[in-house]
Design a binder for this molecule. Structure first.
Ligand code: SAH
Length: 224
């Protein structure tokens, strides 16, 4: 089966399982070539709904998790997004496809931070090869500090597991009315996925579901 056909199958199964509803997320999932973000030897598994290893002990999340997070963030054209944990670059591309689709009037942008230089460089290359290079900026550094240079953000997406206390820079760098999506809890025993909305100076937190992510390591995260 061709990659495009496998991708369609995967998205159909996510729709049937009621994981995705939002047309923007569905269209982006249909468009972004996930097989170009996973290690070469794993391309044939790119459209299975499971996480995959991307080297250095890190993983790209399962597609249903990528889709869910995009949907809970209520991403829309024009949003300025900060992602923590670039990994393969796939989730950043997915966000870019929603906030800055080709030829749109009001393109948004995705800033994404990765602590491993090797992964940041590889993700940058995959993003360029798939034509997302202009819509995504990859930054090498400690994402627990956020990225104040481009703040505030409409949406902040954290794709590594934070301690229960969310790194303070995220709340500071979120726009009023903005949404933060973050897995937080225990380092070893799994986490909960939280959606935190900023309403004025108040933050309203909703616990979505149990999850398991690799650790967020840095000043306001776990120690190495
Ligand atoms: N969103 C990614 C998957 C992320 S895996 C994708 O689509 O492929 C989590 C990533 O977070 C790993 O690559 C890990 O190195 C990175 N990470 C962990 N702590 C970090 C930190 N403080 N700053 C930036 N990246 C971090």
């Amino acid at each position: 089966m061709e990659f495009e056909e496998k991708r369609k199958y995967l998205v159909e199964s996510l729709i049937n399982r009621k994981i995705v509803n939002d047309q923007n997320v569905i269209q982006a999932m249909l468009k972004v070539p996930r097989h170009k973000f996973v290690p070469q030897g794993a391309a044939s598994s790119a459209y299975l709904d499971s996480p995959l290893s991307i080297g250095l002990g890190q993983t790209i999340s399962a597609p249903h998790m990528n889709a869910m997070m995009c949907e809970y963030l209520e991403l829309k054209e024009g949003d300025k997004v900060l992602e923590i944990g670039t990994g393969s670059g796939y989730h950043a591309a997915l966000c870019a496809e929603i906030v800055a689709p080709e030829d749109c009037k009001n393109p948004g942008h995705v800033y994404t931070i990765e602590r491993h230089k090797k992964l940041a460089d590889k993700a940058q290359k995959s993003l360029e090869d798939t034509n997302y290079g202009d819509r995504v900026t990859v930054i090498h550094g400690d994402g627990t500090l956020g990225y104040s240079k481009e703040a505030p953000y409409d949406k902040i997406l954290v794709t590594a597991a934070s301690p229960k206390k969310v790194p303070p820079p995220y709340k500071k760098q979120l726009k009023e009315g903005g949404i933060l999506c973050i897995p937080a809890g225990s380092r070893e025993w799994g986490q909960n996925l939280y959606i935190i909305r900023r309403e004025g100076d108040e933050f309203k937190s909703e616990n979505i579901t149990g999850v398991r992510f690799v650790s967020l390591i840095g000043k306001y995260g776990w120690q190495e």
